[in-house]
Ligand binder design. Structure first.
Ligand SMILES: C[S@@+](CC[C@H](N)C(=O)[O-])C[C@H]1O[C@@H](n2cnc3c(N)ncnc32)[C@H](O)[C@@H]1O
Length: 261
């Protein structure tokens, strides 16, 4: 399908429809979400990455990717290109009526952390208290946070953003280099991506996705100046259950360290 760039995200991306299709437990994607949550806990849990500032690139309206990280990074900066997504996240931060129900996902993370599921509200509130800013971001810019500048972060997360924001492999590699300028030398990149994906459907609208394979992701990360520390591929056992909303065959979870100068 044709590339869907920033203007289409601004006019047509529906955050609530996205969350309902891609972040709801019980909608045929539980195994994929559980894979990501387990890997995030493994990465940020005891003995894992820790530091001061973490920046999430292309947060969208989602929070699942930050639930483990907020235990070991006190300052979290969320970012996204699309105004409606940043607004939806800000509504969640303000606990407004009608916000997405993350309780199932948060309880799953409580289980992973060995905490009682009854503490899920406290866990959500901890993340709220750690998100200090929600900034506009465009990964195609050499400073993706332009006109804002920030001190280089200790950790970057990016989940399913670069492959949706880039029309070809060259742009993907360039976007990866752009976001890497926001990270300290020696800092870590945590990248969650989809493989083989050419589209995803949000409400009635199809959005472009750049089909990637394991080797392309690996090479792009190495070329952007990182040493890969962990890379795991989750092959989706039953692709038919999601075939109406996406054609991905696997998820990739990668942790890499930016080389010292
Ligand atoms: C598939 S969603 C992923 C959202 C979230 N990270 C998650 O894992 O659920 C892709 C996100 O990329 C954002 N995006 C698209 N183009 C972008 C760009 N040029 N720069 C930054 N973000 C962009 C969209 O607004 C959207 O929130």
């Amino acid at each position: 399908m044709d590339f869907t760039g920033g203007e289409i995200y601004q006019s047509s991306f529906d955050p609530k429809a996205y969350l309902a299709s891609f972040c709801s437990l019980g909608s045929g994607r539980d195994d994929i979400l559980t894979f990501r949550l387990k890997k995030l806990f493994e990465t940020f849990g005891p003995g894992g990455l820790k530091g001061d500032v973490l920046v999430d690139i292309g947060t969208g309206p989602s929070i699942y990717q930050l639930l483990s990280a907020c235990e070991s990074f006190p300052h979290v900066i969320a970012t996204d290109f699309t105004d409606s997504n940043r607004q939806e996240l800000e509504r969640w931060l303000r606990r407004e009526p009608g916000i997405f129900d993350w309780s199932g996902i948060v309880k799953t993370v409580c289980d992973l952390e060995g905490d009682s599921r009854d503490n899920w509200v406290a866990k959500e509130n901890k993340l709220r208290s750690r998100i200090q800013k929600v900034l506009k971001c465009d990964v195609t810019k050499s400073n993706p946070l332009d006109p804002t500048t920030i001190c280089p972060a200790d950790c970057l997360i990016t989940a399913l953003c670069l492959e949706t924001a880039c029309k070809d492999i060259d742009s993907y590699c360039c976007a990866l280099r752009n976001i890497t300028t926001l990270l300290k030398p020696g800092g870590h990149l945590v990248l969650i991506g989809v493989l083989g994906d050419s589209f995803y459907k949000v409400g009635e609208k199809n959005f472009f996705c750049l089909p990637l394979d394991e080797k392309t992701v690996r090479n792009a990360v190495i070329d952007a100046g990182y040493t890969i520390k962990d890379m795991e591929i989750y092959y989706i056992p039953d692709q038919t259950s999601c075939a109406h909303i996406t054609d991905t065959y696997a998820n990739v979870f990668l942790v890499a360290q930016k080389k010292e100068l």
